[in-house]
Design a binder for this molecule. Sequence first.
Ligand SMILES: CCCCCCCCCCCCCCCC(=O)SCCNC(=O)CCNC(=O)[C@H](O)C(C)(C)COP(=O)(O)OP(=O)(O)OC[C@H]1O[C@@H](n2cnc3c(N)ncnc32)[C@H](O)[C@@H]1OP(=O)(O)O
Ligand SMILES: NC(=O)C1=CN([C@@H]2O[C@H](COP(=O)(O)OP(=O)(O)OC[C@H]3O[C@@H](n4cnc5c(N)ncnc54)[C@H](OP(=O)(O)O)[C@@H]3O)[C@@H](O)[C@H]2O)C=CC1
Length: 514
Amino acid sequence: MSAIAAYYNDKSILITGATGFVGKVLMEKLFRTSPDLKVIYILVRPKSGQTLKQRVFSILNSELFSKVREIYPNVGEKIRAIYADLSKDDFGISKEDMEELLSCTNIIFHCAATVRFEDPLKYAVQLNVVATQKLLLMASQMPKLEAFIHLSTAFSNCNLKHIDEVVYPCPGEPKKIINAMEWLDDAIIKEITPKLIGDRPNTYIYSKALGETVVQEEGGKLNIAIVRPSIISSTWQEPFPGWIDNVNGPGELIIATGKGLLQLLTVGPMTVVDLIPVDTVANLILAAGWYTAVHRPKTMLIYHSTSGQLNPCYCKKMALQVMATLEKTPFEKAFRRPCTVFTTNTIAKQFWKAVSHRIPAIIYDFYLRLTGRKPRIVKLMNRTLNAFSKLEYFISQHWEWSINNTEMLMSQMSPEDQRVFNFDVRQLNWLQYIENYVLGLKKHLLKEDMAGIPEAKQHLRRLRNINYIFNTVIFLIAWRLLIARSQMARNVWFFIVSLCYKFISYFRASMLKA
Ligand SMILES: CCCCCCCCCCCCCCCC(=O)SCCNC(=O)CCNC(=O)[C@H](O)C(C)(C)COP(=O)(O)OP(=O)(O)OC[C@H]1O[C@@H](n2cnc3c(N)ncnc32)[C@H](O)[C@@H]1OP(=O)(O)O
Ligand SMILES: NC(=O)C1=CN([C@@H]2O[C@H](COP(=O)(O)OP(=O)(O)OC[C@H]3O[C@@H](n4cnc5c(N)ncnc54)[C@H](OP(=O)(O)O)[C@@H]3O)[C@@H](O)[C@H]2O)C=CC1
């Protein structure tokens, strides 16, 4: 049996962020590989009108957990959902629940965070720094705790081009920043945010960097490791290829491309997009948890969960594969035919944004208004272009991450562990992976049925014909205006017409001879 799987059997595991993208995959894997684990405590808040029970029920009944349900029908009995809102003091956890957590927990996986790039700094600090600080304090009171795994991001130091497996100093001391967030007025915080975050692109990245400093400074004697994933994407292999349930990062751009909203990619041919499949991240987290608890390294280790060094995914190649998959299996009800223009030129970029994005959106909304419907495309287009401008930062640059600790971890694992908790991205075939990713977005996120593909293709053919007619009309109008105003245009026109006439006469004469 796998040593890592055996380690988690009989353990009480606390997961924060278990209702999120990474948390769910982590929990699923734990149940599948270590069914004899004692309990998984998850810190959950009620959301979107759902109680804790309802949230857990819908996760366990989701497609992601279908394999777990097969092998382990009573899986719900091993989950203890504990009410907690990490933005509140003491997380709002009841006294009894807190006592149980403190006395029983063996391992903590801290995945919870706010991942929105532009949350107000106060909220980002509250979630990604203060909550981490409080969780560390809780952890320090857990006598049975063996390991604390903190999830950060590979981009926490994206102001550097080469990133080592160390915690770098961050502008501003966490304690001072936390203090300032408590008493400063929201308007003032907003004003000083750009100065505080310095050369980091947004409040999310900055707060994650501060979070790492807090882990390093306040981890005390705890057995801690930090895992830094890059851009987390759909599952590669487990529990099945292509599972994804959120639009963060690439998902948003792929959907916008598939729906015909986004037709622009500002990348050079050799730009690498550092994708890392979510199941690979979960496997690395579990391996790091085992290693930290069993081998107790003297210093806190940081593991980069990235792909660029070992098996780079080139952005242009990825986009072409996205397009090829969309050709075979298009998304339904597209606004326009999917098409991608690659450019790194700023002027060309602005031109394409206006001509091929904003103007068609305005025309379409005008048409919706004329037909008595509510205009919505301009709003959607603005949102798409805004999201694109925020994500662009991560695909227009190149970073290098050291992976010594990650490779060391792999070398410490038995062949069986390497198979069961595989995070070796060298084995990944990007073309196959991207195809599954696009299909996964269609199926699991957009909830589109494969039976609707003929209709989606028919819709795209209609859009192509409309496009042809539209372009021809625009060309004729432009040409007519030009002829009316320019002698040269008129000469060109007569030249073309007489050429056509001569060609037809010649053709007819040679037909008659034959
Ligand atoms: C060919 C392709 C190649 C691809 C090539 C890949 C490259 C891909 C690089 C990625 C690189 C990431 C690298 C990060 C590495 C980490 O560690 S990041 C962790 C993950 N986090 C993320 O990815 C979060 C990214 N997203 C965000 O932060 C925010 O969505 C953005 C982009 C800043 C936009 O924020 P915003 O303008 O406030 O927009 P948002 O609140 O999301 O939505 C506004 C409104 O639109 C609505 N809305 C949202 N989505 C939709 C939708 N799809 N339709 C309609 N309405 C919508 C919302 O409901 C909302 O409505 P209201 O509530 O206002 O009524
Ligand atoms: N996704 C990515 O591309 C990357 C993510 N990461 C890191 O991985 C970790 C997980 O990210 P991911 O799963 O994608 O993020 P998600 O947004 O999918 O999940 C975030 C989780 O945190 C929980 N959470 C947020 N706020 C609170 C709160 N106030 N109280 C209790 N729980 C809360 C959410 O709960 P709820 O369901 O109630 O909202 C959810 O379970 C994060 O630390 C992130 O920084 C790192 C690199 C890339």
